[in-house]
Design a binder for this molecule. Sequence first.
Ligand SMILES: [Zn+2]
Length: 143
Amino acid sequence: MPLMQDIAFCLKPRCPVCREGRLFKPRSLTVVDECAVCGAKLGQNDVGDGASVFLTFIIGFSVMPLAWIFEKAFSPPAWVHGVVWSVYALGVILLLLPVIKAYIILLEYRHRPGGLGIKPGEAGQTQKGAEEKKPPRNKVPIE
Ligand SMILES: [Zn+2]
């Protein structure tokens, strides 16, 4: 059941190659340079702002209807909205940022051509090494 495995992977982020080594440095969301178990060069991966973009959408699309319902039900003063939704947004960020970042890394490993520069069974090789094996992209055969 791949979906359940993906969810388990995201809730406890591990190396996407061996599923045993840590994905993030302790108390951080920085990807480890190299998997301690299989030696995969995970530090070469860069998900950029991907996780933040998803979180922005999740928070934005959930806060507005919830705030509207909260306003209709309780009609609190504006400062209560400020406190409640700031705490909500911070909580969602703290809970989901590592989960989403781990999922993006897993998807990159699984679907990107040469994802993370590592193919199953080639753990420990570099992105550069993986690129050297690829044929040139822009070369058109001359007839
Ligand atoms: Zn590993």
